[in-house]
Ligand binder design. Structure first.
Ligand code: F6P
Length: 361
């Protein structure tokens, strides 16, 4: 019998849990068909490798010892979906090249590990006739149709530790600390780490804030004898004035003012309005670094095993998901062009409000 030949790639921003998921897919596929009946091709740097034929045949030993390691053994790149169908100066027809690589390799299936952009291209390739199975990765937790993505909870743990550590120095110096957490479109990571770390104010893109109310919340705490305040702000958060502008206009206005980061804008205004000393902290890519948490190792393994199950059932054009706590799958076409945002009545937002956390609105 011919071998089952599968390709696997990781695309978009990296996160803890990618290697654990690669391992889960590989081990479960070997188990399902027998190690000698499977050939796994590791595609380098995401779709870039698929376009340019950059890959290597993997051995079972390549998947050992990677459960705990951060990053991705396959490498990753951002290859924006909106550029996929555009032939640029390099004259490369990316869609054709990806299909050619898949066909030349005689793949039976391609596993794509990635976030929203990755899922859009995965769906496009599936519609082009390739056998594709997606796996939902991102610290942003914003993939539609799944309760959770792998990488998210590790980033929440890191964000929480950042906020914990800031508490002690904020307290010692009686300062307002503005901490910027990754998340350009969705505020899940800021919301969860803000709640777990005990932030006093949480600002997310889904809930435009009024800077006067943010300053007032800090002042109220100071008046009550609480010398410091912690503001957790998502990198993509904006105020009610900026909410009236289009994304590009917002970026232009910020660049003109020399206030590109959310922390810079908020810290300056809060200090000016309250007279309280203010500092900013941006953990940035630290949130995506290092070993996955136990939760993410388990989730990655569950997701990987389910992806292998889908392969066995020849169920292509799907992406793995967790729905109401169960590991299942969604059709790529149903989730690929959507984003999961925080709703104003999300349970976590309501819980935060119940204990007096301000969203500045
Ligand atoms: O999508 C994950 C993410 O970390 C976002 O939260 C962040 O806005 C973006 O990636 C940063 O991208 P890059 O690593 O390309 O700077």
């Amino acid at each position: 019998m011919a071998k089952h030949k599968i390709g696997i790639l990781t695309s978009g921003g990296d996160c803890p849990g990618l290697n654990a998921t690669i391992r889960g897919v590989a081990k479960a596929t070997y188990e399902a068909f027998g190690e000698d009946k499977v050939e796994i091709i590791g595609i380098h740097d995401g779709y870039h490798g698929l376009i340019h034929g950059d890959y290597k045949a993997m051995e079972p030993s390549d998947f050992s010892g990677i459960l705990t390691t951060g990053g991705t053994i396959l490498g990753t790149k951002r290859t924006p979906y909106k550029m996929m169908q555009i032939i640029e100066d390099d004259k490369v027809d990316k869609v054709k090249e990806m299909k050619d690589t898949y066909k030349n390799l005689k793949l039976d299936c391609l596993f794509t590990l990635g976030g929203n952009g990755t899922h859009k291209t995965a769906n496009m390739l599936s519609e082009e006739g390739l056998h594709v199975i997606g796996l939902p990765k991102t610290i942003d937790n914003d993939i539609f149709g799944t309760d959770v993505t792998f990488g998210f909870h590790t980033a929440v743990d890191i964000g929480t530790e950042v906020i914990d550590r800031i508490h002690t120095t904020a307290n010692s110096h009686s300062r307002i600390m503005v901490i910027e957490i990754m998340g350009n479109k969705a505020g899940w990571l800021t919301l969860y780490s803000g709640l777990a770390g005990g932030a006093d104010i949480i600002l997310i893109p889904e809930i435009p804030f009024d800077i006067a109310k943010v300053a007032k919340a800090c002042q109220r705490r100071a008046d009550a004898g609480k010398a410091f305040s912690i503001i957790a702000v998502a990198e993509g958060a904006f105020d009610i004035e900026e909410a009236k502008l289009k994304k590009k206009e917002r970026a232009k206005a910020r660049a003109e003012r020399g206030e590109v980061t959310a922390t810079a804008r908020i810290a300056k205004e809060v200090q000016a309005r309250t007279g309280l000393e203010t500092r900013t902290v941006i953990p940035g890519h630290i949130l995506r670094g290092g070993s996955p948490s136990a939760y993410d190792r388990i989730l990655a393994t569950q997701f990987g095993a389910h992806a292998a199950r889908l392969l066995k059932q020849e169920k292509f054009g799907y992406t793995v998901a967790m729905v109401d706590g169960n590991i299942t799958e969604n059709k790529l076409v149903d989730v690929a062009m959507k984003t999961k945002f925080v709703e104003e009545n999300d349970m976590m937002v309501l819980t935060a409000k119940d204990i007096g956390i301000s969203f500045g609105n």
